[in-house]
Design a binder for this molecule. Structure first.
Ligand SMILES: [Zn+2]
Length: 412
């Protein structure tokens, strides 16, 4: 690593100290406050901390935190230190804090909020940018994600030295990534189509078949992908097939793993060494955590937006295993719960469904409309008492998830 100028060194040191104070006082995990303090002293801190490192930026509506973790795990095969904002503090301060805490790490794998990607590309000069998917978050309108994709395009067109690893199955992602000079296309799949009916290039209707998608009017079509998720296997760029066998559940995580392997391959990692490392990842910032309460095996699934709920339904224990759904509407969740109406809940029919969280009545009305039977619960403890011993899957949106983790003792 090159030497930091004095002011940046000070900013990083003071920022690190502020982070430790924040952790010690129990006010947070310290991953943001340190960066905030540091950036106030040296606005150029992130650029200085990122210089001379191999930076990977990871963004998308869903799967950022998990993919960041998987890439970090895969790069571990090189035997070098990797700096990462593992707990999802994904704006400038979180990135600066992650790099500041691992000053000698030659790699930085950083999750980035979708809206901040262009600025973070400018600040960190990344070797790789990973684009996962783009759909409405709870607070967005459809037009906003188109605007996000347009800004990504402009930023990537301005970063010719950067390798983009992108999901070819998501039309908006493909559109954004196609402005980049070098792209590794991954066939990672797309379950959620509701935000990509239209061609980003000309606005016409997109057609879909087994081969993917294409515009009916213009030449915009799904790029050919060299990395493919095929059921439980990854097909690499040379055509070699390997079984994934992850501990993390669900198709979405298998897609994240294929993306992680494509990034690792770019840095010369031997995939036979990377794969066992991906299999060792069992939970990510509390997600997919399994824990035992009074003979019930709880599994915690975070789902923040319609596409995320679809993915969570995908990994549920088969019926008649019960599920607890918890919804809040605090700031980070979005105050408006109308997005609940974008999710199809009918797959939950035929199993016991419990409903909790501050906005459980909103969810109850929605389930009524889909003719899904449910019971109201006062919280996770109440739900545990209401179901028989065995599995209990829990799907919760952001603050509901954090509350449940706190109630259960923040087990990893
Ligand atoms: Zn078109």
């Amino acid at each position: 690593m090159g030497k930091l100028p004095l002011r940046a060194r000070l900013a990083s040191t003071v920022g690190g100290a502020a982070g430790r104070v924040s952790r010690l006082s129990g006010r947070g995990d310290g991953s943001v406050i340190g960066g905030v303090v540091g950036l106030r002293m040296e606005p150029d801190l992130l650029r200085l901390l990122a210089a001379d490192r191999q930076i990977v930026l990871v963004t998308g509506t869903n799967g950022k935190t998990t993919t960041t973790r998987l890439i970090t795990a895969a790069l571990g095969a090189l035997g070098l230190q990797v700096a990462s904002n593992a707990f999802g503090a994904n704006m400038e301060a979180g990135l600066a804090s992650a790099l500041g805490q691992a000053r000698s790490a030659p790699f930085g794998v950083l999750e980035v909020d979708e809206r901040y990607l262009p600025a973070m590309i400018g600040a960190t000069d990344p070797k790789v940018v990973t684009l996962l998917n783009l759909s409405r978050d709870q607070m967005d309108r459809a037009a906003e994600i188109w605007l996000v994709a347009r800004r990504w395009r402009e930023a990537l067109a301005d970063a010719p030295g950067c390798q983009v690893v992108a999901n070819a199955d998501d039309p908006l992602i493909a559109w954004a990534a196609s402005a980049a000079k070098r792209v590794t296309w991954v066939a990672a799949g797309q379950r959620w189509h509701e935000d990509s009916w239209c061609c980003p290039e000309c606005g016409s209707h997109l057609r879909r078949d087994e081969l993917g998608w294409r515009c009916g009017e213009c030449s915009f079509t799904r790029p050919a992908a060299r990395w493919v998720l095929d059921t439980d296997s990854v097909v690499d760029a040379t055509g070699r097939v390997r079984e994934l066998s992850l501990a993390l559940p669900g198709r979405a995580n298998r897609a994240n793993a294929v993306v992680a392997l494509a990034v690792a391959d770019f840095f010369g990692v031997d995939l036979d060494q990377a794969l066992p490392r991906l299999r060792e990842v069992t939970s990510v910032a509390g997600r997919y955590t399994q824990l035992e309460r009074d003979g019930r095996r709880l599994r915690l699934l975070l789902a923040k937006n319609p596409a995320g709920w679809l993915e969570a339904f995908d990994v549920l224990t088969p019926p008649p295993s019960p599920v607890l759904l918890a919804v809040n509407a605090q700031g980070p969740d979005g105050r408006d719960t109308s997005w609940l109406w974008d999710v199809d809940y009918r797959v939950l029919r035929g199993r016991p469904v419990l409903v909790a969280g501050e906005r459980r009545l909103d969810l109850a009305v929605r389930l009524e409309a889909d003719e899904v039977e449910f019971e109201l619960a006062d919280g996770v403890g109440d739900a545990v008492a209401a179901v028989p011993p065995g599995a209990l899957d829990v799907i919760a949106n952001y603050t509901a998830f954090q509350q449940i983790r706190t109630t259960l003792g923040r087990a990893e």
